[in-house]
Structure formats: C-alpha cells, structure tokens
Design a protein around this ligand. Structure first.
Ligand SMILES: Cc1ncc(C[n+]2csc(CCOP(=O)(O)OP(=O)(O)O)c2C)c(N)n1
Ligand code: SF4
Ligand SMILES: [Mg+2]
Length: 350
C-alpha cells in the first residue's frame, strides 16, 4: 500500500537537494581520506546555495585529482595533466570570471611536479579554492614518498624517507595567499566550514587537507595517518560560516563578547572565529609562520584558519576585462570584423 506520509526532503537557498550535488560512485579505496573531502565539497556547495552549474572543478593527476568525479556531477570540469591544474584554472578564470573555481590537487601534484605553478597562481591571485589532498605519498602510483612525506617516515616498500618535507601552508603564505587553512579528513565538520569560507572569499584560498591514504601511508606513527591526526589535532579556533548577518547575530547573541571575532567575506557572508585555548590572530602573518614552525617541531597538528588578509586585486581586476565574461559574449561579437582588424593594426602602426 502506498504510504500517505510524504518524506520531507531538505532544500537549500535555491531549492535544490543535497543529491543534486552528488557525483559518480567512487572507485577510491574504502576509507580513503579523499572520499571524505568529496562529500564535504558536495555539502559545502549545497549549503552555500550555489548552483552546481556555477562551479567548475579542475584537477591534475592522482587519486586526489580523479576525485572530482565523485562530487558535483552537474558542474563543469576538466581533468588535466600532472601538476598543471593551476595552468588550466588560469585559462578558465579569464574565459569566465563569474564562475566559482575549485582546483583539486594532491601533494605529489602540487608539491613536486606542480610546485612552480602553485606559486605562480597564488602570486597572480587567481580567485579559486585550491585544495591539496595531502596524504604524504603518490597514492595512484603505489605509494612512493612525496615532497610532503615526513622525514624518517618508514614505509613497507619504500624504506626510510631521508628528506625533510615541504609545508604547503607555509609555501602558500610566503607566496602571498590571502587565505590559508589546514583541515583534516577525520574532521569533516571543521573542513566544511573552512571550504564554505574559502569559496565565499575572493582571491586564491589555499586549503591543505591532511587526507590519509589508507592503502600506503596509514600507520599510526605517520603524520598523515588517521590515528596520528586524531591524536594530535589542535584546532586554532572554532570556525563557522553563515550566509547572512541575521544568522551570525542569532548565533553570537549568547556568546560572551571578546571570545569571538566575525569577519565579513567578499560575497557578503560571514565567518565566526571562536577562541579556543590558544590566543591566535589569523591576520598576523608572522604569527602564522611561527605556528606552522612550532607545530611541526613540537609535533602537534594545527588546523583551522591559519591566515586571512585583505584580498589584493585579483588577476581579473588587474586586467581590463569587459563586464561580460568572454565565454558568454558569443563568436559574432568576439571576432573582429575585417574593418575593425584594419583599425587595430593601423592603431598599432602595422
Ligand atoms: C608527467 C607525469 N609524470 C609522472 C606521472 C605519474 N604519476 C601519476 S599520479 C602521480 C603522483 C600522484 O600523487 P598525488 O598528487 O599525491 O596524488 P594521490 O594519488 O596521492 O592522491 C605520478 C607521479 C604522470 N602521470 N605524469
Ligand atoms: S591508493 Fe591511497 S590515495 Fe589512492 S584511493 Fe587508495 S587510499 Fe586513496
Ligand atoms: Mg598524495
């Protein structure tokens, strides 16, 4: 007999359900940290009320870079070459500067082959959320050490890693990123708030997510494992994103003044940062560099918003682009007539 009770389906600001943001069935190993990230991206974009068609997801090569298949089926996407996600993103941002760009990469993809591209996309301040799914190994090619593997890490088939790691938050900071955060696949609640804020903000927002590879690098003593992450995670603040002023005011009504700060993001939404044990100011770049150095030396795992600043002009603002995105202008208006070409050539003295 058909049920007379209709199940209530939750809808977001634009009337879509969470399943409208789903991706294909995952082929990653069960328990892979990258799956948690894919699910959180889906939830974050849903909660922001962005239509999937307003988003483009671009990636390089790796298990991490293939994970865009597993969220936002209806979005645009491009799975490119190893380490070249930023190059594709730069092209996409010129063609359509109204689209939200999600760049998905791995530690191999970004910290090794793509390091120079990572540095330059930040230097150019291309508006995007740049996610590094950092598991300390090349998962897709069977677990070789990467440039973020901890020094002294011993893996079954690799032996001991003799080299010191790069800290990708530190690299982002010194390259000038206006938004730098660290998250953990074992803490999806915090990750979702960070992603929402990073998408809401203009400029290059870098989030280094420690995302365990359960097949090749998940021994309890390894710094990118679930056990180590859970035991050593030290959030720098409690972080929450709100779409409207009314929502944040309602939340902060009962919170003691002076124990939290609120930041208005560039799309008009808000971020609330509540103080925890550490008195940490994410607008202080020197303090951000210090906390990263200290957390590595003392072996704790600092997560949350590491650095946040006024956003310098984006690359699109530095160039004189027309109001209408180039990819929406249409070929008839985009292609100059012979007469216009003659005039341009004449103006250049050709
Ligand atoms: C030019 C080039 N060099 C090497 C490779 C082989 N390769 C494929 S994925 C990969 C590393 C991926 O590691 P990471 O970005 O950390 O992703 P993960 O699989 O760990 O998520 C490498 C070296 C390649 N595909 N292209
Ligand atoms: S090999 Fe590692 S990174 Fe790749 S899917 Fe499996 S657990 Fe994830
Ligand atoms: Mg990796």
């Amino acid at each position: 007999m058909p049920s007379t009770v209709e199940k209530k389906v939750e809808r977001n600001l634009i009337g879509l359900t969470l399943s409208d943001y789903a991706g294909k069935k995952s082929t990653l190993c069960p328990g892979c940290g990258h799956t948690a990230i894919a699910n959180v991206i889906q939830a974050a974009v849903y909660e922001l009320g962005l239509a999937p068609e307003q988003v483009v997801k671009i990636s390089g090569i790796g298990c991490s870079s293939k994970s865009p298949n597993y969220f936002l089926n209806r979005s645009f996407g491009f799975n490119g070459l190893h380490g070249r996600m930023p190059t594709l993103v730069t092209g996409a941002c010129f063609a359509d500067y109204k689209i939200e760009i999600l760049g998905i990469s791995g530690d191999g993809d970004t910290a090794s082959i793509g390091l120079s591209h990572f540095k330059h996309i930040i230097r150019r301040n291309v508006p995007m959320l740049y996610i590094i799914e950092n598991n300390g190994v090349y998962g897709l090619t069977k677990g070789q050490f990467s440039a973020t593997s901890d020094q002294g890490l011993v893996l079954k088939h690799q032996g001991e890693n003799l080299l010191p790691p790069l800290d990708m938050c530190m690299e982002a900071l010194i390259s000038g990123a206006p938004f730098v955060a660290r998250a953990f696949s074992g803490d999806t609640k915090q990750m979702k708030e960070i992603f929402k804020a990073a998408i809401a903000q203009e400029g290059t927002a870098v989030v280094d997510v420690i995302s365990p590879c359960v097949t090749f690098n998940n021994r309890a003593e390894a710094m990118q494992s679930y056990t180590w992450g859970r035991m050593n995670q030290t959030p720098l603040q409690a972080i929450k994103h709100f779409n409207t002023k009314e929502e944040i005011d309602e939340e902060t009504e009962t919170i003691e003044p002076g124990t939290f700060s609120e930041i208005q993001l560039q799309d008009g939404s808000y971020l609330m940062l509540r103080k925890l044990d550490k008195d940490y100011d994410p607008s202080d770049k020197a303090a951000a560099l210090d906390i990263l150095t200290e957390s590595y030396k003392k072996h704790y795992f600092a997560t949350g918003l590491i650095y946040f600043s006024e956003v310098p002009p984006t690359i699109q603002e530095r160039y004189d682009l027309p109001e209408e995105p180039l990819n929406r202008i249409g070929i008839e208006r985009l292609r100059p007539t012979p007469a216009m070409l003659d005039k341009i050539n004449y103006d250049f003295g050709v």
